[in-house]
Each structure stands twice: as structure tokens, then as C-alpha cells.
Ligand binder design. Sequence first.
Ligand SMILES: *Cc1c(COP(=O)(O)O)cnc(C)c1O
Length: 360
Amino acid sequence: MGRVWNFSAGPSVLPESVLHRAAEEMTDYRGSGQSVMEMSHRSAVFKGIAERTEASLRQLLALPDNYRVLFLQGGAFTQFAMVPMNLMRRSRQADYVNTGSWSKKAIAEARKFGEVRVVADSSDRNFTYIPDLSAVSWNSDADYVHITSNNTIYGTRIAYPPDVGEVPLVVDMSSNILSEPIDVSRYGMIYAGAQKNAGMAGVTHVIIRDDLIGHAPENTPTMMNYRTHAKAGSMHNTPPCYAIYISGLVFDWLLENGGLEAMGRRNREKADLLYNFLDQSSLFKATVDAPHRSLMNVTFLLEDDKRTERFLSSAEEAGLVNLKGHRSVGGCRASIYNGMPAEGVQALVRFMSDFEARGG
Ligand SMILES: *Cc1c(COP(=O)(O)O)cnc(C)c1O
């Protein structure tokens, strides 16, 4: 069987050239006579991989010098706890925006460490929109503000980061990091599990401004303290070596393909193709209003569960897989991350159009 069009929300499709590169280098990484999986993380060759991976990420995001890059483990879930443990340093208050399941989990975790105020919330319409963040009166005493830039499950995104004044803005960017250019200086910290848009499961990318490091209480577990990882260049203990290497290949692929400007254009075109189809269809219906739509996770419904089941199973037979919506919302979801070529989205639209023409 050839490769399918994989619309999984995460772990998710990688650029095919990255997979081929990894395969070629599997048993002998560039003349080292070892797989990246086998080499010491203290070796010069692995240090080279880690340094180049960081350098590529810095180049892609045009990272200012006062931001550190950390390669951590534990996924975005661990960041839900590390953020309050490290950043609640003065008032122990934080403002959170609740735009879905991931925000809710981040909020619940932060409440274990301090006072959390939910300043905006879209749960009243099952998270199908982004609340008006320009209308929020932010707590100027807060130690930080937390947002989720792209809501993987509900298919919404915060298109522009809110202006929160001097308070550091922390963002869970797990499902749209590197999908388009961003102004990093708007954020105090960015974190993302790699397995959506930046590599494979196992490494979590943390980009954090210098001045936010080093304020955790003394009894903070060593591995939960950003200072530990910043001091050790993410090598306090064995890092997720292979996952870091794969991220490096993804970053190189992004750089070779025009960087984030080009990626943003491509992603916009892919998303437009799918949303335009949904908006004119009488069978399929997008679940999110146009201004709040995610470029990465396109959520849609058919009129009933039976039709949805039929659509999903015939799509799978046609090699279009993982289109089922998250178990908490149902319906369908096409995740069209960087690694999904335009041809995959075209194939999906063609299939949906034929399915509709056949009478569903
Ligand atoms: C997938 C996802 C998470 C959870 O990430 P893990 O790496 O599994 O911990 C958190 N936030 C967002 C926005 C996600 O898409």
C-alpha cells in the first residue's frame, strides 16, 4: 500500500522528504557510523545536531537574542504545570483565556499554584468562536496571561495575539507553531508539543524570554525548573535525542521551502480551498464562523451520525484517513498541518464533492 492522505490531529503527517532523509540516515548518520538513536547525547556529533536544530528554529522565527530555546519532555501537558510553577513569581495571579479543552486543562493545572482569573470564555457556544479579547480588562498585577493560539479540537484560532501591556503573554502554540510568521517579541513564552506541526512526539519546544527564567521557588523539582534546562542547554539529563533530530529535519525543510512566509501562504491557500468548498456545500457544514477559523484544523459536520459514519468509512477506503472529529465534539476534522501538501487537500475536496454528488 502507498501512503495515505493522513488528516490526523496529532501525531500527524510529516513532510515525506523528512521521512526519506531520516530513513537514509537511520543506520549511519552522515558518516558517523551510528544511528542518532544510538549516539551519546554528550558526543560532538549529537551536540552538532542539537545546536543546528536550535539555530534553524531561531532563524525561522527570527528569534531575538533575549529568548532561550529549550527542548523538553512531557508534552504541552507538562507545560500546563511548569508555567505556573515558574512564572507565578510575584502576585501569584494569572489571567487565562478559555477557548477549549486545552485551555481548560491549563487553567485547572494553574489553579494548583495560584489565583487564576478566567478573563474570557467561549464555552457558552461549545467553543465554536474566539471571545473578543480587545474587550478584556487585563489584570495589570498578573504574573502572566495565558492563551491557546489554535484550538485543535474545535478548529478555532486567535488570529492576532491580544495586547496585554507589560504582563508577559504565554501561549500554547502546540497546533500552529511555525504555520505562519509571528512576532515573537509579543510573547513572554511560547510552548508546543512537536508532534502536531514541528516534528514527532517526545520533544516539547519552549521559547522563553530570559527575564522569566530563574524565579521558581527553591523547592521546585529540578526537572520542572526552566533554569535547570536553560543552564544545561537542555542537556541536564538525556534529552529526547531522536525527536530533536527529527524537528531539525523539519526546520531545515521549512527553511528550504521559503520559511514561514511561504508556509503561511501555502497554509492559507489550503485552508481557503477547504472552507470555500464547505461554505457552498449543502451536505457539509463548517462549524466555526469565518473570522475565527483555524488554518490547521478544519472542523465540519454532516446532518446526522449515519451520514457522518458513511462519509468517514468511504473516505478511509479511498485513502483519506483520520477525519473523525475529536471524541468530545464528534463530526469531522481535517488537520492540514505544514506537512500536508496542497494535493492532499485537493484530493479531500474532490472526494467530498463526489460524495455529495452521489447523494451522500
Ligand atoms: C495536542 C495539544 C496539547 C497536548 O499536547 P501533549 O503534547 O499531548 O501534552 C495541548 N495543547 C494543544 C493546543 C494541543 O493541540
